[in-house]
Design a binder for this molecule. Structure first.
Ligand code: BG6
Length: 458
């Protein structure tokens, strides 16, 4: 933790947008409920709207996403303010200063298209709003390595590094934190958590929904920028990292960055890209769009621990189900005593991150009866009631609270962000065939050949 003072206002750019509606208002209500938010919340957006309309929108948001807590919401509504205008108009920033009242250490949260970052930061700086302030930047941080560096330079013109919070909400998820906890709180895993015992890993982020009204955002991002460069590579770093030292506050982010810097350059010809049928009919999407909504790729972490162990990563929209899962497949027992043990042998560790939180160990056990033949069994711990938000702490609630307290441990650091762009940059540049797939399927069949040697997708 940090002894820096808490931010004394939250100024949210993009308050009328999709993210605020789905995630931020519910997180703010939850922060109020746990008495962690008692400062002005100033919404900023281009849409003309009255404060009452904004409060109505916030009420609809919390009602739809998690439930209305009348007392907490009434308090949140009393903290809300609204400032509207063109982000390029200096007058907007004068109004902002007046609206946030006495606050001297605001937290600016930029949930706006990356193309608007520079103009906002320059205007905040020009209006002398940035001294003692902090800034939260939503992913994707840039569009590639070059633009990520440019964005970083823009941020640094107005904010020192310790005041910049690059948010990746996966890092705030209880279930993702649990990967770390489970790994480093249980000694039995350590001897097998390496290339000697692990055959391969699979990291899947499947979503049954399409782009849900975010067609124009998705046209600028695509699956690689939207979730692979950030969420999935963060998961890779948690699964593969060395134990962070508890005595150095940056140790966790150092270890994450080390993993990402060690990833072998991708073989672009092994990457499978897909686009779901009818994606081009979505509002905001061009009729001949080449934007992938699915990607599957093998990664190799060239460290002493992981050399030559494939990490198969896949993500897609409009797939058969919604779930995020890490599966660590272990090498098989020799088929000496029991000849039935052809690979895959069903020895694995599985972390289901959503919708339920599951930690499971796969093994084989004898089938009851005369013969010595077995079957796969799974020992699992399931936490469904919290649906990944144990004790009611959702990712955005945790992360906004941390940013207001000045604690950046669960935020991406620039070197990690750059290492992640360096991994995916070749895929973004090289033209690859785009395979159409049916909604409700597991993506293009071409992705199956990637994992043919390890027994297919889990
Ligand atoms: C966001 C992506 O960062 O994460 C979305 O932009 C995706 O496309 C979402 O749907 C998934 O987050 P979660 O928390 O619902 O798994």
């Amino acid at each position: 933790m940090t002894d820096r003072p808490r931010s004394d206002a939250l100024v949210f750019f993009g308050i009328t947008g999709n993210l605020a509606y789905r995630k931020i208002f519910p997180a703010l209500q939850a922060l109020v409920r746990r008495h962690d938010l008692n400062v002005p919340v100033v919404g900023v957006a281009r849409s003309p709207m009255t404060l009452d309309q904004l409060v109505d929108r916030a009420r609809a948001s919390v009602t739809e996403h998690g439930g209305l807590d009348e007392a907490a919401f009434t308090k949140l509504a009393s903290l809300l303010r609204y400032v509207t205008g063109d982000y390029a108009d200096p007058g907007l920033y004068d109004r902002l200063r007046t609206t946030r009242g006495e606050a001297e250490r605001p937290l600016f949260y930029l949930a706006i298209p990356p193309s608007a970052f520079s103009v906002i930061i320059e205007n905040l700086s020009g209006a002398s709003c940035t001294a003692q302030a902090r800034v939260v930047v939503e992913k994707p941080f840039g569009r590639d390595l070059t633009s990520a560096r440019a964005l970083n330079a823009t941020l640094h013109r107005a904010f020192p590094e310790e005041s910049i919070f690059r948010i990746d909400h996966y890092l705030g998820k209880e279930a993702v934190q649990n990967i770390l906890y489970f790994r480093f709180a249980n000694a039995f895993l350590e001897p097998i958590w390496n290339r000697l015992y692990v055959e391969s890993m699979q990291i899947t982020m499947a979503e049954s929904v399409g782009v849900t009204g975010r067609g124009s955002f998705y046209e600028e991002t695509g699956v690689i920028r939207d979730v692979i460069q950030n969420h999935l590579l963060q998961i890779v770093s948690y699964v593969a990292m060395e134990a962070p030292s508890p005595i150095w506050t940056e140790a966790m982010r150092d270890e994450q960055a080390k993993v990402l810097r060690t990833v072998r350059p991708l073989s672009v010809d092994r990457i499978v890209l897909g686009q779901y049928r009818r994606y081009r009919d979505e509002p905001g999407v061009t009729r001949d769009s080449q934007v992938p909504t699915y990607a599957a790729l093998p990664l190799f972490v060239d460290s002493w621990r992981w050399h030559d162990v494939p990490f198969y990563v896949r993500a897609g929209k409009c797939l058969k189900t919604t779930c995020t899962e890490v599966r660590v497949d272990l090498k098989h027992a020799p088929a000496v005593v029991f000849h039935e043990l052809a690979p895959p042998n069903g020895n694995y560790v599985r972390f289901r991150l959503s919708p339920q939180v599951v930690i499971a160990i796969g093994a084989r056990a004898k089938r009851p009866g005369e013969g010595m033949s077995g079957e796969p069994v799974e020992l699992s711990v399931v936490d469904s009631p919290g649906l990944g938000t144990s004790e009611g702490m959702g990712a955005y609630e945790r992360l906004i609270g941390d940013a207001m307290a000045g604690d950046a441990t669960l935020f991406a650091r620039q070197d990690g962000v750059e290492a992640a762009w360096a991994i995916v940059d070749p895929v973004l540049r090289a033209p690859r065939p785009l395979h159409e797939y049916e909604c409700g399927s597991w993506g293009p069949a071409q992705a199956d050949s990637l994992v043919a040697d390890v027994g297919g997708w889990a």
